[in-house]
Write a protein that binds this ligand. Structure first.
Ligand code: PMP
Length: 428
């Protein structure tokens, strides 16, 4: 299977100029054993590649495009706002409105600081937690991705509790040893670690619903346990809602689950497709940030008017009656169709779905953590991916990524997609 000739030509040139031909690794299609297409334009639920082929898109720029591609409400806003200036490095009113909106929508957030990516948000939240507690150790979960800062590029061996091993060349082992990795959804491992070293742990950071190794959901009570154990030991709980925040409801997973983390990280949806990140939480912790506190954090483009205005325009659309409720409706429609189809085909599978996020696993193992995710039939996934791409359906080019629906998707889009998946699976 391959993409069109113009995409192939562009990729050949790109490989000589950009490492691996891409500016972010997953775009290279290596997990599905092929080369990527290049996009010319996208509108609504559709993408057109440089060879003129059209696809229904289930990635939405990896999460930000919750209204679909290039929604008029955002493109108009960008045109208007850009006329008055693109970046000032001076406070502007949009920053205050964005902070007001986040604080109003997310009950655990009393103060918030904007930055330019999810990576910056989690990196800064970790620094702040260390500064607040005066402790160095942090805990993350195997399979959770929090961006590519040094402290967080550690996944370590599955199962057992280990000292962190760097997951990337260039991260000093001496640095990574401060990151402790636990298996997700494992109460005993968590309790054992805190019993042994709880008084030295600054924070637990967790993807509110882990969605970077498939989509894994917490066992009942697990998030409450994270909350109570951090309280008991004087550590902080950091919810990474970069993917789930403002996608699964106004208050993200913490709103759904009734959890009050100390700090939260955001990105993607709040930038309306422009580079953005944010972290916020308890005012007594946030006030440790420079310029009023000793924890340094900064950004030339942070809070720039374009990203703020685009994000605000997007959030206002989501706040309408046809916002989150409609996304749930679309998600439920897709889920029931996919379940029926998979059952009819008799293919062992698991399907996890929350609102507009979904992940299909080709395995009959219960999905508790990343070890289960790794057991799926990768060859079958690759065949589905390429078969769908060939017929104009763009699924994530990796079995470890979550799919996204947008408000631009229609039931007809979803039904067309299900019929393509049916055709592809029938030929295997
Ligand atoms: N946290 C989570 C949960 C993410 O999914 C991602 C990116 N997919 C990040 C952090 C990093 O965000 P960015 O790519 O904007 O740096």
């Amino acid at each position: 299977m391959s993409v069109g000739p113009l995409s192939q030509k562009l990729f050949a040139t790109a490989k000589n100029l950009i490492p691996g031909g891409v500016n972010s690794p997953v775009r290279a299609f290596r997990n599905v054993g092929g080369e990527p297409f290049f996009v010319r334009r996208a509108k609504g639920s559709r993408i057109e590649d440089v060879d003129g082929k059209h696809y229904i898109d289930y990635i939405g720029s990896w999460g930000p495009n919750i209204l679909g591609h290039a929604p008029t409400v955002i493109t108009n806003t960008l045109h208007e706002v850009a006329k008055d200036g693109i970046s000032f490095g001076i406070p502007n009113p949009f920053e205050v409105e964005m902070a007001r909106t986040i604080v109003d929508w997310v009950p655990s957030v009393e103060k918030v600081r904007m930055c330019n990516s999810g990576t910056e948000a989690t990196m800064s939240a970790i620094r702040l937690a260390r500064g607040f507690t005066g402790r160095d150790l942090i805990v993350k979960f195997n399979g959770c991705y929090h961006g590519h800062s040094d402290s967080l590029l550690v996944a370590a061996g599955s199962g057992a509790l280990t000292h962190g091993e760097p997951d990337s060349a260039g991260v000093p082992a001496d640095f990574a040893k401060n990151t402790l990795v636990l298996p997700y959804n494992d109460d005993e491992a968590l309790e054992a670690l805190f019993t042994e070293r709880g008084d030295r742990i600054a924070a637990i950071i967790v993807e509110s619903y882990p969605a970077n190794a498939g989509l894994v959901l917490p066992k009942p009570g697990y998030l409450d346990l994270l909350c109570s154990i951090t309280r008991t030991y004087g550590a902080l709980l950091i919810f990474d809602e970069v993917m789930t925040g403002f996608r699964l409801g106004k208050a993200g997973v913490q709103g759904i689950e009734g959890i009050k983390p100390d700090l939260s990280c955001f990105g993607k949806v709040i930038g309306g497709g422009l580079p953005v990140g944010a972290f916020g939480g308890r005012a007594d912790i946030m006030d440790l940030l420079a310029p009023i506190g000793p924890v340094y954090q900064a950004g030339t483009l942070s809070g720039n008017p374009l990203a703020m205005a685009a994000g605000l325009a997007q959030l206002r659309e989501l706040d309408k009656p046809a916002g989150f409720a409609r996304l749930e409706q679309l998600g439920a429609h897709f889920e029931s169709g996919l379940r029926a189809l998979m059952q009819e085909k008799g293919i062992p599978h698991r399907l996890n779905r929350v609102g507009s996020m979904f992940c299909l696993f080709f395995t009959d193992r219960e999905i508790v953590n990343v070890d289960d995710v790794m057991q799926q039939d990768l060859e079958l996934f690759k065949k589905l991916f390429w078969g769908c791409l060939d017929k104009g359906i763009y699924l994530a080019p990796s079995p470890y990524e979550t799919g996204f629906l947008s408000l631009a998707h229609t039931e007809a889009d979803l039904d067309d997609t299900l019929s393509v998946i049916n055709d592809v699976l029938s030929t295997l």
